[in-house]
Design a protein around this ligand. Structure first.
Ligand code: P1T
Length: 383
């Protein structure tokens, strides 16, 4: 299967016709339990919290596109993150990138700090990070790359190497790139995590998470916690993701094409102070992005000239860009991180990172690009 190209895998791996009926689309095994012929004698399925054939198909497909041996699909991105934290021995030290999704920050700073110790550091500064790793000797390094919302890029290969020296695991949240543009396991990471809610599903109608890894030991540990704690995805949602994922390659190309044009449009716009997009030569880690990623994705962050009032007017006047949390769907979304997705990060921490009230995040959809730019232009004229 692995000799297939990405575009073929998303359609055929896990998408084989149903062997009992020949149905070309996989059935939704909408069942909670499975009949046993004698106690303990069954066909590999006992209870849907543990296993479900529709979910297994999705796991097979996702493992293949992340070049991984294993995949576990979870109820949400954050439940996948929680399972990784549950797997660590009590009192573990975790080094986490300083700019991460607000919900990840909240999970690590409000839910788990009684169990583990977290340090939030700038993982783009390799020499500082190396010293930090050597003195802290963490059990795990958590990278989001590119980050949400500042799109900072960290060197997965270099950091995984540093982590291995002290016996730490490297986890990469690959939500923003999707497996189409970045494969962290190929750069030495131990676990890749996705919010499938975003690009992987791509249609803003499912919440889900996934973890991919090569180590069977890690997979078995994480599976134990998933089964024991319970955040499994429903068969119907897994089926929807199997449906959405078929177009992941063409969607990612279209997201990127639109985002590149829009980033250039914003970069020359008089109402814009600064644009952050990995595909622009002005991005501080553009060269690293070029090396590590196969594309630059559909997310853009920019700073409007002005403050909260100008931002509010702009956000109230976009029409095709819907003002909503989340990202990665076929439709364009716009977000105000300080008030919306990253509100759980204290204002002083947010601002020390550069997440100010004039920071706006775009998830560029796959609509017609001219229409999208006209929509932005109209909102700028009112801001
Ligand atoms: O929402 P959920 O499926 O639980 O995934 C959480 C998550 C994890 N990692 C990253 C990089 C994310 O962006 C998210 C969710 N983010 C949003 C809802 C958002 O609008 O940024």
């Amino acid at each position: 299967m692995n000799e297939m190209k990405f575009e073929t895998k998303v359609i055929h791996v896990g998408g084989e016709p149903d062997p009992t009926t020949g149905a070309i689309m996989p059935p939704i095994y909408q069942t909670s339990t499975y009949v046993q012929s004698s106690p303990g004698e069954h066909k590999g399925y006992e209870y849907t919290r543990s296993h479900n054939p529709t979910r297994s198909r999705l796991e097979e497909c996702l493992a293949s596109i992340e070049n991984a041996k294993h995949c576990l699909v979870t109820a949400s991105g954050l439940s996948a993150s929680s399972l990784i934290m549950h797997m660590l021995p009590k009192g573990s030290k975790v080094i986490c990138g300083d700019d991460v999704y607000g919900g990840t920050y909240r999970l690590f700073s409000k839910v788990f700090p009684d169990i583990h110790h977290y340090q939030f550091v700038d993982t783009t500064n390799l020499s500082k990070l190396e010293k930090e790793i050597e003195t802290t000797k963490p059990a795990l390094i958590w990278l989001e790359t590119p980050t949400n919302p500042l799109l900072k890029i960290s060197d997965i290969a270099a950091i995984s190497k540093m982590a291995k020296k002290v016996g730490a695991l490297t986890v990469v949240d690959n939500t923003f790139m999707s497996p189409f543009f970045q494969n962290p396991l190929d750069h030495g990471a131990d676990i890749v995590l996705h919010s499938m809610t975003k690009f992987i599903n791509g249609h803003s109608d499912v919440v889900g998470g996934a973890m991919m890894m090569n180590s069977t030991e890690l997979r078995d540990k994480l599976f134990f916690y998933q089964n024991a704690i319970g955040p499994c995805q429903s068969p119907f949602d897994s089926w929807l993701v199997l449906r959405g994922i078929k177009t992941l390659a063409i969607r990612m190309k279209a997201h990127e094409q639109n985002a590149m044009r829009i980033a250039q449009f914003l970069e020359q716009h008089p109402k814009v102070e600064r644009v952050v997009y990995p595909g622009l030569a002005s991005h501080p880690q553009h060269d690293l992005g070029r090396k590590q990623m196969k594309g630059f994705g559909g997310m853009i962050t920019f700073f409007l000239k002005g403050g909260i009032e100008e931002s509010r007017r702009f956000l109230e006047n976009v029409k095709l860009f819907s003002l909503a949390e989340s990202l990665g769907g076929v439709e364009s979304l716009v977000d105000h991180p300080a008030i919306m997705t990253h509100a759980s990060i204290p204002k002083n921490v947010r601002e020390s990172l550069g997440i100010y009230d004039n920071l706006i995040r775009l998830s560029v959809g796959i609509e017609d690009c001219e229409d999208l730019m006209k929509d932005l232009e109209k909102a700028f004229s009112k801001s």
